[in-house]
Design a protein around this ligand. Structure first.
Ligand code: GLN
Length: 492
């Protein structure tokens, strides 16, 4: 079996040199063997996956015309609602919760007859950059099990890197697709805000959240965006604009494009010198391919982290108010003694939230409640919204003269588990290069850019103008094709 890309897999299925059952069995066996060490999955749907594979094989044998993705296994982040499997968001507070509906993304995967193997681990409610805040325990980086696979969609990135599923769906509020993609040596795309429906995606920060794919190749990202993108009337921020033909556009001649670089970003004190070097080498590759390179200044980028860490917690504090012990999942037991004089209802709310949420989620709820409070609203939240607009304006100006902006995805390669989890500011600084794309609503992709001397993978980021995914992916693909770097399955 050649499992290097969706195209290869699809071709073998169509030619019947591989059956869906063999393919699905292969991935499930790998998960059974290696996931106890990686912890990429929080739930599996193995029996149903095998039944679906059998059904697709039968349909194919009967000569039925099928979607090119029919029978191809996939994994999805456990923040997308599914009727078949629990939706935990990596939180104790959703213990036992099963959604009565599927997310739009899930419906689209089902319509394409992809086989959902299971749901992947994440930082609690997607708050974090290492999956260490998950109630299900952290996922490990398949390249080095003592290191983080990144977060918050760490389980999805680890699943692709470990060969547990050829592609996966994650979500990105401030970097949660791109950062784990970089740490795990795979490709990841955060689409333009509104390109992929948020219906059934449990909200962390609604104005920033966006679902997107992980894959081993840029072409896999293009194919998956065609599959999960599109208008959905159930999400009022969903864009009613046609999708582009992303996969065909990949091969178009992109040599006349101009790539912007921000020298200030490459001179940040926290940037690992080898990451800087790999970006400089990528610039050379692009030059050799005939691209023009232009230096840029994004004057408000330096405010991106503080702006993000006001906007995101503000929205989170509001979004997470629905988890109260009454409506979903976990409910704390209270008796007269624990109620300590309060009404049983108030005590139930309080104890459910204090026992159900982990420490990082509580920190954000407190931050957000503070920044939204009547007294501080203007000083923090409103000001952050103004700076957010300035960050977007910087990009708009930049994209008048460049087609994409190239830079690092993360300041460091995958750090050790436990290294930053107790130091929130250090953890937040990992988001330096990723949050501004979410604040501006623009698409951004992370692709492997080489290897660090420690043997860990490195990633680089390309950002594009709103709805420029076709061009952005073709620029990413031009580099991807040039690199001798091959996707590596970390085990077996
Ligand atoms: N690390 C960022 C945060 O903790 C981004 C998370 C995300 O994109 N979901 O908010």
């Amino acid at each position: 079996m050649d499992l290097t890309s969706l195209k290869q897999i699809s071709k073998q299925l169509a030619e019947k040199t591989v059956s869906c059952r063999e393919l699905t069995r292969y991935y499930l066996d790998r998960i059974a063997k290696y996931d106890p060490a990686v912890n990429a999955f929080v739930s599996l749907d193995a029996d149903h996956a095998m039944k679906s594979a059998l059904r697709i094989d039968e349909l194919r044998a009967s000569g039925q015309s099928l979607s090119p993705l029919a029978g191809i296994p996939i994994s999805i982040k456990d923040i997308l609602c599914t009727k078949r499997l629990p939706t935990t968001c990596g939180s104790k507070i959703l213990n036992g919760y099963i959604s009565p509906f599927d997310a739009d993304v899930v419906e689209r995967l089902n319509r394409a007859d992809m086989i959902i193997l299971g749901k992947t681990n994440l930082d609690e409610f997607a708050m974090g950059g290492s999956t260490e805040t998950s109630a299900a325990g952290s996922s490990k980086n398949p390249w080095d099990l003592s290191r983080t696979c990144g977060g918050s969609s760490g389980g999805s990135a680890a699943a692709v890197a470990a060969g547990f599923s050829p592609v996966s769906i994650g979500t990105d509020t401030g970097g949660s697709i791109r950062q784990p993609a970089a740490f795990c040596g795979v490709c990841g795309l955060k689409p333009t805000y509104g390109r992929v429906s948020r219906y059934g995606l449990v909200a962390y920060a609604s104005s920033l959240d966006q679902a997107g794919p992980f894959g081993n190749t840029v072409s896999d990202l293009a194919i998956m965006l065609e599959t999960i993108g599109g208008h959905d009337g159930r999400d009022s921020t969903s864009l009613n604009l046609p999708l582009d033909d992303y996969s065909n556009f990949l091969e178009s001649d992109s040599k006349t494009y101009t790539i912007g670089i921000v020298p200030e970003h490459l001179d940040s004190p926290g940037l690992d010198p080898e990451i800087k070097q790999s970006i400089l080498e990528a610039i050379d590759v692009y030059k050799k391919l005939g691209f023009r390179i232009q230096e840029l200044v994004l004057p408000h980028h330096r405010y991106a982290i503080p702006t993000y860490y006001i906007v995101a917690p503000s929205e989170a504090s509001s979004n997470l108010s629905r988890f109260d012990g009454a409506h979903y999942g976990f409910r704390a037991k209270v008796d007269k003694a624990t109620a300590a004089g309060e009404s049983a209802l108030v005590a139930m709310y309080k104890h459910s939230r204090s026992q159900g949420f982990g420490i990082e989620v509580k920190r954000r709820i407190m931050l957000g409640t503070y920044t939204l409070s009547a007294f501080y609203y203007d000083a923090y939240y409103l000001k952050a919204l103004r700076v957010r607009r300035l960050i977007r304006n910087d990009y708009d100006r930049a994209f008048e003269s460049v087609d994409a902006i190239l830079g690092p995805t993360t300041p460091t390669p995958a750090f050790r588990l436990g290294e930053k989890v107790n130091d929130p500011v250090q953890m937040y600084l990992e988001d330096l290069y990723t949050v501004s794309a979410n604040l501006a609503g623009i698409p951004a992709v992370s692709i492997p850019s080489g290897l660090h001397s420690t043997g860990l993978p490195l990633g680089m980021q390309l950002q594009g103008a709103p709805l420029s995914e076709a061009k952005l992916l073709s620029i990413a693909n031009a580099f991807h094709r040039e690199m001798s770097y091959q996707p590596r399955v970390a085990f077996g």
